[in-house]
Design a protein around this ligand. Sequence first.
Ligand code: SAM
Length: 416
Amino acid sequence: MRTPPESVNSLLARTSLERRPRIDALIIDKVPERREAQPPGLPRPALPEEVGRRLAEVSLLQAAWHTYCPPMRHPDADLREHELRADPYTVHRIQDQSYARIAEILARCSGVGHEAALDVGCGAGFDTFALATEFDRIIAIEVQRRPLRTARRIAREHQLGRVAFQRQDACIPASGGPFDFIYCNGMSHYTQQRARLVETLVQSAKPNGWLFIGEETEGYAPLEIEKAIGERDNRSLRARLRQVMNGILGFPAFRFFASGTLEPLLFACGAEATWSDTTDWVGLPYFQRTWARRVSETILVDEIHGDYTDLPDELGQLRDVCKPLVGRRLTRDERFRLLEFAESGGRLAPFAIFLLIIEVIDARLSWETSLTEKIRNRTPTRLKGAQPDWERVDDLFTQFRDLVAARHHAEIPSQN
Ligand SMILES: C[S@@+](CC[C@H](N)C(=O)[O-])C[C@H]1O[C@@H](n2cnc3c(N)ncnc32)[C@H](O)[C@@H]1O
């Protein structure tokens, strides 16, 4: 039942390792904690000599990079020094993050053309303007009206006529293609069908054109759930628990994808992944970035249904264990067996504990099509979900975290 379509399987098998690109995973630890700024007026402590020497080396490297680095093709789209009329989050994303981020991403796209780029699920143009510094023409698509309004206003106020924001579903090919570069960051988990999205993106690229896709993977919801528990944020907790269950059960709603599964999907759609890296939470990848090039017309995607060319075994096992238990209260025996599986199954087995957490909050939360849940979503916020037993939720989550950490530590020696 989890066997992918024969032709995809055999094609992937026939393409031996030397033909298929190797995905190199660069594991970066969780984002470093923020340091408190030095209070004004206090003397700065002297830097140790070694640190000073290293900083001087870094400055030299930076100077060399700036000398070597080609000038921006379109400085009119550099909005870092401009006043932007937008909410603080949008301003921060555009001015403090996007330019360095897009430069880093494009640095991996050797020989990329600069005529046209597509930004898919662009939000309020968080990275669109940075893209516009390198491409002559940008099409940016988004389904929500409000962020689009903000993005269009920014473009208008800064006379960026080369950037067109369009309200459109990403699974429908965008007008203005084919594109030299396609950028799709953090939106694939909202689409109805990941395979259809990837197919559309690949087909919208020029031959040899580049694609960059950033995706939320298995660690994303746990990372947010830990934060929600810490902040006693019931709303976020419930939303992220749904993300976990949708990802496990394979519902075409707000979900996660198992890491390492985009490469074969890209391949089936006619693109080859050239590089991939992940950012981790307790050793679980929570975000995966993948660079790929369109290499052929091979489109096998019609034979792929859903999100995977081949459902990973560990996700399949977890799905089989959870499916009969969703949407209802569990018996003692079922709880016991869930815990047993969480402790002894594959890499994703600890996720079974989320069913126990959901039971503490509201068993119906795990069932995507629950009518009660839909009705509840229409009721005023104050009536939405009573506060859960936070201590019990915290206990179960700690159990999940410990199991994940133990597996991660057990894996480290075998990787070396
Ligand atoms: C998490 S945000 C990411 C925004 C931006 N790409 C970034 O990197 O911050 C995902 C965006 O994708 C949009 N989106 C969701 N489904 C979409 C679809 N089917 N077609 C186009 N945009 C979509 C959402 O409205 C949202 O603005």
